[in-house]
Design a protein around this ligand. Structure first.
Ligand code: C5P
Length: 233
């Protein structure tokens, strides 16, 4: 990962089929570098599809949110090491031992890969944390798991835009912070609630913003992506 601190744009490739994904990649050609592949496409089309995206010149963020026993997660990281993937998510709730094993596998087999810890899913509120017997607030839990994640040797975190400032205060400027929940000013918010604009997220310390529908559903996706990138520089 480069040392450049400019916030970069990642497109969340949330479309159901390979054909739609490839058509979209052709349309956005050159207007951004990074693509996020999630469970939907990876489950359907697997590693070959990841290679197909990379062969077109894109850099790949694989959002699999791994969470299992330490040995299984470490072996999954080792398998992913052979793919053209540069960022990979895992659940911080898997615990520090799981994350240390994952970080070790990354160090041994995939130094080009940045691991990112997912702390508390933004779909979880205080009530749902109580349900799984976590008694702190979501904000405190995010900070707690963020410390655990970075102490385990993981390179960064996925976080909501509203967590950027408290997290940067807590962890300093170096760890990667990758932020969905972004909406360019003037665009529809969809169901996203706790949102920032691209320039607000960059100013608050985001390393990468993840944007889906404002690009995917635009009449001209390449132009939408370029407009967002302009707001980051
Ligand atoms: O279309 P939209 O810009 O809302 O897409 C954002 C992407 O980031 C989606 O892939 C979504 O699953 C993901 N995401 C999110 N909010 C989170 C975590 C991930 O929107 N808290």
């Amino acid at each position: 990962m480069s040392e450049d601190r400019t916030c970069q744009l990642i497109l969340a490739l949330d479309v159901p089929t390979r054909e739609e994904a490839i058509a979209l990649l052709d349309r956005i050609d050159g207007s951004l570098q990074w693509i996020k592949v999630g469970l939907q496409l990876f489950t359907a089309y697997g590693p070959d599809f990841v290679s197909e995206i990379a062969d077109r010149g894109y850099r790949v963020f694989l959002d699999l949110k791994l969470h299992d026993i330490p040995n299984t997660v470490a072996k999954a990281v080792q398998s992913i090491a052979s793919l053209p993937v540069e960022m990979l998510t895992l659940h911080a709730a898997g615990g520090s031992e799981m994350m240390r094993w994952a970080a070790q596998a990354r160090n041994d087999h995939a130094r080009h890969l940045s691991l990112l810890g997912v702390t508390v899913l933004t779909s979880m509120d205080e009530k749902q944390l109580r349900e799984i017997n976590i008694q702190t607030s979501p904000e405190e839990q995010v900070l707690h798991l963020a410390r655990l994640t970075l102490d385990a040797g993981v390179q960064g975190l996925v976080c909501s835009p509203l967590e950027l400032q408290p997290l940067r205060q807590e962890i300093g400027p170096d760890p990667l912070l990758v932020t969905p929940g972004i909406r360019p000013s003037g665009s529809t918010t969809d169901e996203q609630k706790r949102i920032l604009t691209p320039s607000e997220a960059a100013a608050a310390g985001s390393s990468f913003i993840v944007v889906g529908r404002p690009i995917l559903q635009a009449n001209d996706p390449a132009e939408a992506a370029s407009n967002i990138r302009d707001q980051l520089s």
